[in-house]
Write a protein that binds this ligand. Structure first.
Ligand SMILES: Cc1cc2nc3c(=O)[nH]c(=O)nc-3n(C[C@H](O)[C@H](O)[C@H](O)COP(=O)(O)OP(=O)(O)OC[C@H]3O[C@@H](n4cnc5c(N)ncnc54)[C@H](O)[C@@H]3O)c2cc1C
Length: 402
């Protein structure tokens, strides 16, 4: 390793976004450096849709649980079970999942290093220089490499985005926190807690989250119990303790407690107009209302890789902007609708009660799962859309009570 080492692409961050981008570019024959600070498991519920499993070739052994239903719980403790009629939602443990993705990138030919990104500068000839600390700690030896292009995939509080893309420092977040506990064993303990290892429980209660939701996601031997909120001063730990009490999981062994910010909306610009583009949480792509980010991070990583490839071939920096435009064309409308849903339904317990009540509807269940599982609205069922529209209007205008 010397100061003049040059890569076609330096990918900062080896999470789902960065590892996907690095693997794709290495497969194209590009020289890729994938830098990750390592040493921390990404706090995450780990729920992934079948579309991700298929599109990104995720092997069976990474799926630690297969979820067949979601239980929506209202402020008045009404429960609506939404059954997944075809397929399942996969659950992954992020320590194993992310490491597998990074290893796949390295097998594809990417150079993988543990390093803490520090800053970006430019050489006299205008080529980007990426500075990092070897070993992933600030105390590590400073190293610099030249990069014909850079992908910033270093997560929600992205140092790359802050330095290179105007507006990134103004990103807004939901703060999410969860506790990883030992799953109750089948039998008495599970029965007492009403725990089902194939069901995700989603709580809509203002006392547990004033503006988001709380969850219990099974992961085989372990379970993630968490919540999120934008509200400063709201006790996420207190909320999870309360949820554990409500769910009969107060006494199960706690393995880890951890939290992280979730970006609220995609940034307006993902590239620097020269040689750098963002992907995943660094670009703000987490679905509002659900907090789903893994699929969008991997797709964003793929689109960033395509955009960089085009840039390297043509030298035209405008190619970098195609990562965002492609992504928003495909998923912008759904993000927009989910944003409205979050702002409308997650505000008062009265509305939450109605929201859970709407979930009883078979059309709503089918369309919700179709949209989540396959990441497209089902055009084959126009009448169901119309029916849902009128039912929604009836609820919104108060014609139907909870
Ligand atoms: C509590 C919680 C629960 C969630 N549950 C779900 C869920 O169930 N399903 C779902 O789809 N999404 C969920 N999400 C969202 C999902 O975790 C993220 O959207 C996803 O991880 C984004 O991937 P990424 O690659 O963009 O970023 P990250 O996964 O954050 O990866 C960023 C990588 O960059 C590295 N890095 C950061 N800074 C530096 C630096 N300075 N130098 C070098 N490397 C650096 C990190 O080590 C990390 O590996 C959840 C999030 C939270 C916080």
């Amino acid at each position: 390793m010397d100061a003049t080492e040059t890569f076609d692409v330096v990918v900062v961050g080896g999470g789902p976004a960065g590892a996907t981008a690095a693997a794709d570019l290495a497969r194209n024959g590009r020289s890729v450096l994938m830098l990750d600070r390592a040493g921390r498991i990404k706090p995450c519920g780990g729920a992934i849709p079948p579309r991700l499993i298929e599109e990104f070739g995720i092997p069976d052994h990474l799926i630690v649980a297969r979820v067949k239903s979601a239980r929506m719980v209202s402020p008045k403790s009404r429960k609506v079970d939404m059954m997944i009629r075809e397929g399942y939602v996969g659950m992954v443990d992020r320590d194993v999942f992310d490491e597998w993705l990074r290893n796949r990138a390295s097998i594809a030919g990417a150079t993988r290093r543990t390093g803490l990104f520090d800053k970006l500068t430019r050489d006299a000839d205008g080529v980007s220089v990426v500075h990092y600390h070897d070993g992933g700690q600030k105390t590590g030896k400073p190293v610099q490499v030249r990069a014909r292009s850079v992908i910033g995939a270093d997560g929600a509080i992205s140092a790359v985005a802050k330095q290179a893309v105007p507006g990134a420092d103004k990103m807004k977040f939901v703060f999410a926190y969860h506790e990883i506990v030992k799953s109750p064993q089948a039998g008495e303990a599970a029965k007492k807690a009403d725990f089902d290892s194939t069901r995700c429980d989603v709580y809509y209660r203002g006392d547990l989250s004033p503006d988001f939701y709380s969850w219990i996601f099974p992961h085989g031997d372990t379970t993630s119990i968490g919540t999120g909120s934008m509200k400063k001063g709201f006790s996420l730990r207190g909320s999870v303790a309360a949820l554990r009490g409500v769910a009969g999981l107060a006494d199960v062994e706690t393995i880890r407690r951890e939290g992280a910010p979730l970006p609220l909306r995609p940034l307006r610009k993902w590239d620097n107009g020269k040689d750098l583009v963002l992907a995943g949480d660094a670009a703000g792509v987490v679905a509002p209302a659900s907090g789903e980010g893994i699929f969008y991070a991997m797709l964003g990583g793929r689109f960033a890789a395509d955009a960089v490839e085009k840039f390297l071939v043509t030298g035209n920096a405008r190619a970098l902007a195609t990562a965002r435009s492609r992504f928003m064309r495909l998923h912008g409308p759904v993000f927009w609708i989910l944003g409205i849903m979050q702002r409308y339904w997650y505000i008062t317990d009265g509305r939450r009660e109605r929201f859970v009540s709407i979930c009883r509807d078979r059309d709503v269940q089918d369309l919700t799962f179709d949209a989540y599982m396959n990441k497209e609205l089902v055009k084959a069922k126009p009448l169901a859309h119309v029916r849902i529209f009128f039912k929604n209007m009836a609820h919104l205008t108060g014609l139907v009570s909870a």
